[in-house]
Design a protein around this ligand. Structure first.
Ligand code: HEM
Length: 330
């Protein structure tokens, strides 16, 4: 199972690397002029489509998978983040979830000791998950230097901070090191732990390997096969001003890097990576628990013809009285 699922995703990524590596000059022209717009359109359209589809699903009542005390009587202490009663509680819960992956922090592990399950805390997934996502965000933010002219001071500041230790020339970014560490742990988790391996599909490995491919080609460009960064900037500004250019002499690693990024953009909206948008529409995270204070009526309730007790009694009063059953109305 592992070999098959992992094998499929490795082959897919190798093909994605081979395509730009073997492309012709016309291919590269196409690549820098048509692909960026197509990939962006699919990404944006797909993202909006998925979000709207989730958005319009009715949620008739508050789904509250909480483990804290609900707001009720004044002398019972409420747990405002576990069981928020209004907007600010939900905002706090969401902020902790998005910036610190709070629910992952509470991840538990179960081991069978003798015949008993023993529950423990497992923070490593939370830690490396956080390291991976934060460093990816920092890398993407640093890339804005290619998209903005003149480069905003905060981007230059972020890059300087990220390369603070000045290891090597050009300086190794801490976020590059961190993203590799995060990716490696997330990948090894799926390969080594039997339970996780059992539920891992080719797409799970593919997501990690695709991002790894982007990171590795980026690192190769930065540290081993330098790329003409002025040419890169002219390409990106060409896209933005809708007058794409194709400068000569851009290294092959740039094309591979870019092709993998485009693939990621096209695949993203239809993949599990949509948790990026989905978390904002997750009912168990975004709904305040006001089930006791407000009546939530299911909007798609069909009109049902009911037969009330009063109507029942009207219909059978004589028969009921005849056998001595008590009736409400004589
Ligand atoms: C998901 C999006 C992307 C990711 C995760 C990513 C990742 C990386 C990483 C990890 C590096 C190594 C150096 C560094 O951290 O700056 C890098 C370098 C680079 N990337 Fe990206 N990249 C992405 C998108 C892009 C795009 C859209 C472009 C160009 C339009 C681009 C162009 C470059 C170039 C030119 C370098 C070399 C930078 C240098 O020599 O300092 N990347 N990328």
């Amino acid at each position: 199972m592992l070999m098959k699922n992992l094998g499929i995703s490795i082959v897919a990524v190798v093909i994605l690397i081979a395509l730009p590596a073997l492309a012709s000059v016309q291919g590269y022209n196409f690549f820098l002029t048509v692909f960026p717009y197509a990939a962006f359109a699919v990404f944006l359209g797909g993202f909006i489509y998925r979000m709207v589809k989730w958005w319009i699903i009715p949620v008739p009542f508050r789904i509250t998978t909480t483990c804290g005390q609900q707001k009720s009587l004044p002398w019972i202490k409420q747990s405002p983040l576990e069981n928020p009663a209004g907007f600010w509680g939900v905002a706090g819960r969401m902020a902790l979830e998005i910036f610190l992956f709070r629910s992952l922090f509470r991840n538990t592990s179960v081991e069978i000791s003798g015949k008993r399950p023993v529950y423990g805390s497992a923070k490593w997934l939370w830690f490396f998950g956080l390291v991976f996502h934060w460093s990816l965000l920092i890398i993407v933010l640093r890339h804005l230097r290619f998209f903005i002219e003149p480069v905003a001071p905060w981007i230059a500041g972020l890059s300087a901070l990220d390369g603070f230790f000045e290891i090597g020339i050009p300086a190794l970014y801490l976020s590059d090191f961190a993203v590799l560490a995060g990716l490696s742990v997330l990948f090894l988790r799926r390969v080594i732990i039997p339970r996780v391996r059992y539920i891992s599909l080719p797409v799970d490995y593919f997501a990690l390997l695709l991002i790894l491919g982007i990171v590795v080609t980026g690192l190769l460009m930065r540290h081993f096969f330098s790329t003409d960064l002025l040419a890169v900037k002219s390409i990106v500004l060409g896209w933005i001003t809708l007058s794409p250019v194709v400068p000569a002499g851009i290294g092959i690693f740039f094309y591979i890097h870019l092709f993998l990024v485009f693939t990621l953009m096209v695949w993203f909206p239809f993949s599990k990576l949509m948790h990026l948008g989905g978390v904002f529409l997750s009912p168990t995270r975004i709904l305040a628990n006001n089930n006791r204070r407000e009546r939530h009526i299911n909007p798609w309730n069909a009109p049902v013809k009911v037969h009330t007790y009063a109507e029942y009694e009207d219909e059978f009063r004589d028969k009921m009285k005849a056998v001595g059953l008590p009736v409400d109305k004589e």
